[in-house]
Design a protein around this ligand. Structure first.
Ligand SMILES: [Zn+2]
Length: 432
C-alpha cells in the first residue's frame, strides 16, 4: 500500500443529482479526504481521519473548495492554436480556420507540441479529463494519447474521420478510416487510463459508406464510446437533409448506419426534432452541451431545462476551438446564460454537477471520475473562492457556500484554480 495523504478544506461531493433532488440536498460538504494509491480512500471529518491515519501527510487548503476535477466532454485539441478566430459561422469557420490548422497534424512533432500545450492549458484551468476529437491523421491520436499517458491522465479521444466535403489532404476513405481507427483502438483502448472513441466528425463530411464502416467498427467494439456532432446550426441541418434525402432527420443519418447507441455522445444537439429527442432519451445516449461555442459561432440556445426534464443524459464541454475558452468555469457561466435565455435559472450546484458528474456519466465513467467518494480516482481541483478582488468582495457578502461558489462560476478563470491532483498526485510546475 502506498503513502497516504490527507487533504483538508471544504470537500464538495454529490450524493444525488441536483436536477432530481433539491440542489442543496444533492450536495454535501465534508472536512477532509484521504488519498492513497491514486484513489480516494475515505471522506469525512478531519479529526476522525487524522486519528485513523496518524502517519499521513496533511495538506491544508483552508477555506478552499476541494472537488472532483472538471471534465470537458467534447473538445478538439488540434484547434488549440486557432481558438477565438473571428467572424464566421460553422461551415465557413471550418473551411477558413479549422481545416488549414488540422492539416498540420500529419506532422508528429507539431501534434506532440500542441498536445502538450493543450494539456498544460486545460490542467491549469482545473480540467482533469477531456473527451477530444483529433484529426484524420493517426499521428494526431498517437501524440494526444502518449502525452496523456505520460501524465497519468484519464482521457478519451479518437481519429476524426472525414471522406468528403473536406479539402485535399484532410480526407480519408471509408476503408482507411476503418483500418486506422481499428488499429488505434486496438493499441490504445484500455491502456492505463486511456479510452478510444470512434469518431466520425459529422454526417456532412462522411459518405454513407464511411458511416456504415464506423457503425461496423462500433458493433465490433461495443465497449467504446462513439462521438460526433448533431444539429448544431440550422444551415447545417439543411445541408444534411440534402446529402441524406432518405433520412427522417439528422439523427437518422447516424441511426441508419449503426451510430446511435447508449455509448454515443452527440455534441451540441440544439435544434432537435421531437422524434430525435425521444429516440435519444429512449436509447440513453449522451448529449454534450457546448455553450461558449454555441454563442461564439452563433448556433443557438440548447434547451437544458427541457432536455433534463425529459431525462436526457447531458455533459458539459468547451468545444475548443469553436468554444471561446479552455475554462470549464467560463463554460458553466455560459451554460447559465444560455439557460436563462430559455427561461431556466440553473443553480450553482447544477452547473458544477454538469461539469463533473454529468460529464462523467455521459462518458460512462461515473463510477471512476467526476465525484468524491471512497474508491473514486484521485482527480481533484482545489478552487479559491476569492481569487480576484472582484470575486473576493462578492464572496465576502455570501451567506452560504453556493452563493460564494456562484461568484467564482460567473467571474472565475484559471486564477481560481489553487491546485490540481491527477491520479492521486499533485500536478507540479508549468502544467498548472
Ligand atoms: Zn465539436
Amino acid at each position: 500500500m502506498g503513502d497516504k495523504m490527507i487533504l483538508k478544506g471544504q470537500v464538495l461531493s454529490f450524493t444525488d443529482s441536483p436536477f432530481e433532488a433539491p440542489p442543496l440536498d444533492a450536495a454535501r460538504i465534508d472536512e477532509a479526504l484521504v488519498l492513497q494509491d491514486g484513489k480516494i480512500r475515505q471522506v469525512g471529518g478531519f479529526d476522525a481521519l487524522r486519528k485513523a491515519y496518524p502517519t499521513a501527510d496533511v495538506t491544508d487548503y483552508g477555506g478552499h473548495v476541494i472537488m472532483a476535477g472538471l471534465i470537458d466532454a467534447h473538445a478538439h485539441y488540434p484547434q488549440t492554436a486557432m481558438i477565438a478566430s473571428w467572424g464566421k459561422r460553422l461551415i465557413d469557420w471550418l473551411n477558413t480556420y479549422t481545416f488549414p490548422e488540422e492539416m498540420k497534424f500529419g506532422d508528429e512533432g507539431y501534434a506532440a507540441e500542441i498536445a502538450r500545450r493543450y494539456l498544460d492549458l486545460t490542467t491549469a484551468h482545473g480540467t482533469t479529463t477531456i473527451c477530444s476529437f483529433c484529426t484524420i491523421h493517426p499521428a494526431s491520436v498517437e501524440a494526444f494519447f502518449a502525452e496523456a499517458k505520460a501524465r497519468g491522465q484519464r482521457v478519451v479521444a479518437g481519429k476524426t474521420c472525414m471522406d468528403r466535403n473536406a479539402p485535399d489532404g484532410l480526407r480519408d476513405t471509408a476503408q482507411s478510416a476503418y483500418d486506422d481507427s481499428r488499429a488505434l483502438l486496438q493499441r490504445w483502448h484500455g491502456e492505463d487510463r486511456i479510452s478510444y472513441a470512434i469518431t466520425p466528425r459529422f454526417s456532412p463530411t462522411s459518405t454513407p459508406e464511411q458511416l456504415e464502416a464506423m457503425g461496423a467498427l462500433w458493433a465490433e467494439h461495443p465497449d467504446c464510446l462513439m462521438q460526433t456532432h448533431l444539429s448544431e446550426q440550422v444551415d447545417e441541418i439543411e445541408w444534411v437533409r440534402s446529402l441524406y434525402p432518405g433520412a427522417r432527420d439528422y439523427l437518422d443519418t447516424y441511426e441508419m448506419y449503426g451510430l446511435l447507441g447508449e455509448r454515443g455522445l452527440y455534441g451540441h444537439a440544439i435544434h432537435l426534432e421531437p422524434r430525435e429527442r425521444d429516440r435519444l432519451a429512449e436509447v440513453g445516449a449522451g448529449l454534450v452541451h457546448c455553450p461558449t461555442s454555441n454563442m461564439f459561432i452563433g448556433s443557438g440556445l440548447f434547451d437544458m431545462g427541457g432536455l433534463k426534464d425529459a431525462g436526457l443524459l447531458v455533459g458539459l464541454a468547451t468545444d475548443t476551438g469553436g468554444g471561446s475558452s479552455f475554462s470549464m468555469l467560463r463554460t458553466m457561466a455560459a451554460a447559465y446564460e444560455v439557460a436563462q435565455l430559455r427561461g431556466c435559472a440553473l443553480h450553482g450546484a447544477q452547473l458544477i454537477w454538469l461539469a463533473t458528474v454529468g460529464s462523467a456519466e455521459a462518458l460512462h465513467m461515473g463510477d471512476k471520475i467526476g465525484n468524491i467518494a471512497a474508491g473514486m480516482e484521485g482527480d481533484l481541483v482545489v478552487l479559491d473562492l476569492a481569487s480576484t478582488p472582484a470575486i473576493a468582495q462578492r464572496a465576502g457578502q455570501a451567506s452560504e457556500i453556493w452563493e460564494a461558489m456562484f461568484a467564482t462560476i460567473m467571474m472565475g478563470d484559471d486564477r481560481a484554480v489553487a491546485d490540481v491532483w491527477i491520479g492521486g498526485k499533485r500536478v507540479e510546475g508549468n502544467a498548472r
